[in-house]
Design a protein around this ligand. Structure first.
Ligand code: CUA
Length: 156
């Protein structure tokens, strides 16, 4: 009886030790992640995109001399704003999100190629040095209307 009792105690101690280590790893991981969020990245409630600043008013917002934030929404199946004019030479900080599923946000002829992810806001900065019409496309298959997702950025 004594031996079994001691063995149970040992097993109990091992079990508790494993639990403590496990919770410790989770705690440290969560703490470390909380302390170091990835730069240039933040979250948003995907169900409230159209009511949440700045996505309640998608488009350009001037933040400096020929420098802008561009708040863009990729949704099934299109982009907001539907059309955007950008001054030539403008430095544009794109901020892109989605209210539904994962979309792509690729501006042809540029290095802009973001994923529009529900719940997240992804950032990319690009300077438009050449005038013209830039086609914006979704490059992630997102459903029946995927092919029709497009908008234009006019630089002049
Ligand atoms: Cu949106 Cu493909």
């Amino acid at each position: 009886m004594m031996h079994i009792h001691r063995l149970e105690k040992i097993w109990l101690a091992i079990g508790v030790a494993i639990l403590v280590v496990f919770l410790g790893v989770i705690g440290v991981g969560a703490f470390a992640m909380g302390m170091q969020p990835p730069t240039g990245h933040h979250t948003i409630d995907p169900e409230k995109v159209s009511e949440t600043y700045p996505f309640n008013n998608p488009g350009l917002e001037q933040v400096g001399e020929n420098e802008y934030n561009a708040y863009m929404i990729a949704y099934a199946f299109g982009f907001k704003p539907a059309k955007m004019e950008v001054p030539l030479g403008a430095k544009v900080h794109f901020q892109v999100t989605s209210p539904d599923v994962v979309h792509g946000f690729q501006i042809t002829g540029t290095t802009v190629n973001l994923m529009a992810v529900p719940g997240e806001v992804n950032h990319y900065t690009y300077t438009f040095d050449k005038p013209g019409e830039y086609l914006v496309l979704c490059n992630e298959y997102c459903g029946a209307g995927h092919e029709f997702m497009a908008t234009t950025i006019i630089v002049k």
